[in-house]
Write a protein that binds this ligand. Structure first.
Ligand code: ADP
Ligand code: MG
Length: 440
């Protein structure tokens, strides 16, 4: 018997913690039942909307890192450009709404979206009018300043408590100046907020943006119709955050390659020496069940055979490569997969026709411990397989390996893509109407 606290989402998408006590199967079942979605996602897209002369509220994900008014990484702003250009070229006036950070329902200059208006003006090559409030007369004034066919960026939606509370009055106020709604914020689709779900009730038409459409198409294809062999690579820090993903993918993949800290809970369960590696002792039985499930389903579950062990989790720490059965690990910790594992995993990846990857193979933030992750990134990029990478750190690792342009789809939604792969319904997706045509 073990005990674990799961984050469970209700139909209305409130997240609450649920303590599950029981055997590993009970825990895995609870994780899996935490919110199934239908995998067949075909949502109406912006291509099906009449746009000319209409005001479109576009929910985007401009939650970018900003320090002292300077934007660190503008990937998310760039990712919205296809939808914005599409709408503008077809004669729409665009009202952009996003959140930034966690200002917790009150205005806070530290979380203003104003720098994004400046950056977006540069990227679009046309003026973007910033509205200092997300609702009310300020928005109308900004719209008349922008004129027909113009672009208005609203101030951080989370300056209003009604955004995260999904307050119908706030949703109505957001909808008021617009004629229709487009959601292009896949990264926020796992939250039921006023701008991601509530607003849909207050406008006659809604659709997915091009980025949202691409996310649903690529991630949906993984779950619905993957080309085989279908290989999943899972790593990262913890098993616990990814139980649903493991369980859900086990029902679909041909092979599951495990790396990162996650491997050490499996090792401990097998009685292998783990030293001070990151282990989740409450999940030993859960990993045994995962291995049995994999067996029963004929899924090849692979674990590292060698690894890099280090004295400390620091750049410059002494380290060496050992077989995973070697007790010489002592009280050191495992920080990366070793070259023999890389070779074996790379061969599986080379033979795959579909690959999904979430979670780095080691502590890739430190150069000396990034080799396994970078080598697998190369392997995924070189494989002829359709490749999809999701997860904040995994996407960063792909960037670090410099192979982003050889990956079929890099998901912009960190938590949202994991929830999707775990089989959960995303409220922001569910809120959108199904397509009349099959465009997604
Ligand atoms: P993602 O954001 O892609 O979903 P995670 O957040 O699950 O990925 O995991 C990324 C983190 O896991 C990184 O910060 C990385 O340093 C850490 N990690 C990977 N392998 C190990 C390891 N062997 N020991 C400790 N941390 C690890
Ligand atoms: Mg992460």
């Amino acid at each position: 018997m073990s005990e674990i606290v799961l984050e469970v989402r209700s139909q209305k998408s409130e997240v609450r913690s649920q303590k599950v006590v029981g055997g590993p199967r009970r825990i895995l079942q609870a994780a899996a039942a935490a919110g199934r979605r239908t995998t067949n996602v075909s949502k109406k897209t912006i291509r099906e909307l009449a746009l000319d002369g209409r005001r479109v509220f576009v929910r985007v994900d401009f939650n970018v890192p900003i320090r002292d008014g300077v934007i660190g990484d503008d990937t998310r702003i760039r990712a919205a450009l296809p939808t914005l250009t599409f709408a503008l070229e077809r004669g729409a006036t665009v009202i952009l709404g996003s959140h930034l950070g966690r200002p917790k329902g009150t205005p806070n200059a530290g979380f203003t979206l104003r720098p994004v208006a400046t950056r977006l003006t540069e990227l679009l090559g046309r003026r973007v009018v910033f509205s200092e409030d997300a609702v009310g007369d300020t928005v109308l004034a900004a719209l008349s300043e922008a004129g027909p066919g113009g672009v208005v960026l609203l101030e951080n939606l989370r300056f209003h408590p009604g955004e995260e509370a999904n307050d119908p009055a706030f949703a109505a106020a957001l909808a008021a100046p617009a004629d229709c709604y487009v959601n292009d914020a896949f990264g926020s689709a796992h939250r039921a907020h006023a701008s991601t779900t509530g607003i849909v009730d207050h406008l006659p038409e809604a659709a997915a943006g091009l980025l949202m459409g691409a996310e649903l198409r690529h991630l949906g294809a993984l779950l619905d119709s993957p080309q085989r062999p279908f290989v999943a690579i899972l790593g990262g820090a913890k098993v616990s955050g990814k139980l649903e993903v493991i369980e859900h993918l086990l029902g679909r993949v041909d092979a599951l390659l495990i790396g990162g800290a996650m491997a050490y809970t499996f090792f401990m369960a097998r009685g292998l020496p783990v030293g001070r590696s990151l282990v989740e002792a409450t999940l030993l039985d859960a990993t045994r069940t995962i291995e049995q499930d994999a067996d029963a389903r004929g899924v090849r579950l692979e674990l590292p055979s060698d690894h890099v062990v280090a004295n400390r989790l620091e750049a410059g720490a002494a380290h060496e490569t050992l077989g995973v059965e070697n007790p010489a690990i002592g009280d050191r910790l495992g920080v990366d997969i070793g070259p023999a594992t890389v070779e074996r995993y790379a061969a599986t990846i080379a033979a795959a026709r579909t690959v999904v990857w979430n979670g780095p193979m080691g502590v890739f933030e430190i150069d000396a411990f990034a080799l396994g992750t970078v080598a697998l990134a190369e392997a995924v990029a070189s494989s002829a397989a359709t490749s999809v990478v999701g997860g904040g750190d995994s996407v960063a690792a792909i960037g670090r390996a410099g192979v982003g342009d050889r990956i079929t789809h890099i998901s912009t939604g960190g938590g949202a893509s994991l929830e999707f792969l775990g089989g959960r319904r995303l409220p922001g997706v569910e809120a959108l109407p199904d397509t009349a045509e099959s465009t997604v």
